[in-house]
Write a new protein. Structure first.
Length: 68
């Protein structure tokens, strides 16, 4: 079974872990939803940057915050 860890790339480029043991990932526009092995869904806004199948890592760049 191949499970992955999802990381968000921070503004400094350092990855921050969002979820472990991810079994499913869906992208719809700028929304990314991933589901872990226990069925817990997490949804974030961002763009898929890289999927490393050897390291079982998924990298997501978050959307920039809009000034209000």
């Amino acid at each position: 079974m191949c499970l992955s860890t999802v990381y968000e790339l921070g503004t400094e480029g350092s990855p921050q872990m969002l979820a472990e043991y991810v079994r499913d990932l869906r992208v719809s526009g700028d929304t990314i939803t991933f589901t872990d092995i226990m069925g817990k869904e997490t949804t974030v806004s961002g763009s898929l940057q890289r999927v490393d199948l050897v390291k079982n890592a998924i990298l997501i760049a978050g959307l920039p915050q809009k000034a209000t």
